[in-house]
Design a protein around this ligand. Structure first.
Ligand SMILES: *[C@@H]1O[C@H](CO)[C@@H](O)[C@H](O)[C@H]1NC(C)=O
Ligand SMILES: *[C@@H]1O[C@H](CO)[C@@H](O)[C@H](O)[C@H]1NC(C)=O
Ligand SMILES: *[C@@H]1O[C@H](CO)[C@@H](O)[C@H](O)[C@H]1NC(C)=O
Ligand SMILES: [Cu+2]
Length: 358
């Protein structure tokens, strides 16, 4: 009884802090236009030495062992909190113009949790252009088998393909799949090399030649981003709780690098260029999946959000004042860190950020 009351009070606390942050001001200004002095270098995973790999993976395991800092539906650990934030945002951050900046903010949030666990390096990325040349994705250094210095290889037992090697064996996510809140292992399975079969790096190179943000985000989203998720076939294609597999962060750092590379061609303009819809079109849903939002709800999600989840799902246009993604768009982590505006995540060397890709 007392326990129940405590949980209820915690939930009320989340709702009231949400009312202050998402739907009202003030929103934290992190760095304004201040340039950072010594940007961290985000490197490809295969270029890290063993002690760098170990430091990164140890910090991730530490986040998985840290109790949840805030109450969100279904969470046990700090890692679950990250997954939950993605789950609650799944319908507004995919197939929209918010996609690139939201995931840049989300990578930074993840990095700050690694820092709380003692990590001092930069977020590494998965060099998918390089691994797109492999005959089989399982040959990637990211998935080297039987070592604690990779993300583990694939699991072997259908239907869940739970990992059997690497540092994440035995971890149970409590959030997912889709809207569900059930315990599940980290599952992963490979088939050939979709990066190669979809010519992902050739397409990515083509995205770099596009002139407008509206064209570039969609190009990066559709083939390079989606194909990376297919290549690791983790969690059976669940777009809602995909961060449950920690290789998610390396894949999304690669996606963020593509945006960075595009911005670097004209930083003065492109570090301010954003746009595209801030909500999915119900007649389309996820643009990479045929059908519409209703078809997807029944056939992909196969579940509905609970009342507690529904109350936390953002409308998608917070801060924008319309249907288009703007620099004023607000990112919320439900009080884990203060809410911030999208403009602070445009330039990786200013505002809230201080890194570059090498
Ligand atoms: C790994 O790289 C880091 C960063 O360059 C360096 O400080 C460290 O000494 C290297 N460690 C080993 C064992 O080579
Ligand atoms: C990839 O490129 C090859 C060679 O240009 C082409 O034959 C093939 O159809 C392309 N595959 C896809 C999925 O675009
Ligand atoms: C926003 O709404 C206007 C008016 O309904 C429409 O013309 C425009 O295409 C919409 N923009 C986006 C990005 O959805
Ligand atoms: Cu996502």
């Amino acid at each position: 009884m007392i326990n129940k009351l405590h949980r209820l009070l915690a939930l009320v606390a989340v709702f009231s802090s949400l009312a202050e942050t998402v739907y009202g001001n003030p929103v934290e200004v992190r760095g304004g236009k201040t340039k950072c002095k010594r940007p961290a270098k985000r490197q490809a995973w295969h270029t890290l030495n063993n002690s760098q790999k170990k430091a990164y993976l140890n910090a991730e395991v530490c986040v998985m062992k840290t109790p949840a800092q805030i109450q969100l539906p279904g969470v046990r650990t700090a890692y679950d909190v990250l997954v939950s934030i993605h789950q609650l945002h799944a319908l507004t951050i995919h197939s929209t113009g918010v996609f690139l900046p939201w995931h840049r903010w989300y990578l930074d949030l993840h990095e700050s949790l690694l820092r709380s666990c003692g990590y001092s390096g930069a977020t590494p990325y998965w060099d998918e252009a390089k691994d797109g040349k492999l005959a089989e994705i399982k040959k990637s250094a990211v998935f080297a088998p039987n070592t604690k210095l990779s993300f583990g290889s694939e699991g072997s037992v259908a239907p869940n393909f739970c990992l059997t090697d690497g540092p994440f064996v035995g971890y149970q996510n409590s959030v997912g799949p889709w809207w569900k809140l059930t315990d599940q292992c980290i599952g992963r399975t490979f088939m050939g090399n979709p990066l190669r079969e979809n010519n992902a790096s050739t397409v990515a190179a083509g995205c770099m030649n596009l002139k407008t943000y509206a064209e570039a985000w969609e190009c990066i989203y559709l083939i390079p981003h989606v194909t990376g998720h297919i290549a690791i076939s983790s969690l059976r294609g669940d777009a809602s709780t995909s961060p449950s597999d920690p290789v998610f962060w390396l894949h999304h750092a690669y996606v963020d690098k593509l945006w960075f590379d595009w911005q670097e061609k004209d930083p003065k303009n492109r570090n301010l260029a954003v746009g595209g819809p801030n909500k999915q079109d119900p007649a389309v849903g996820f643009i990479e999946i045929p059908g519409d939002a209703e078809w997807e709800r029944i056939n992909l999600f196969q579940s509905e959000p609970t009342a507690a989840q529904k109350a936390l799902i953002p409308a998608g246009d917070e801060g924008d004042g319309g249907n288009v993604t703007t620099l004023n768009h607000i990112f919320t982590s439900y009080g884990l860190v203060p809410d911030v505006r999208l403009r602070e995540y445009m330039d990786t060397r200013a505002g809230g950020l201080c890194y570059e890709y090498v």
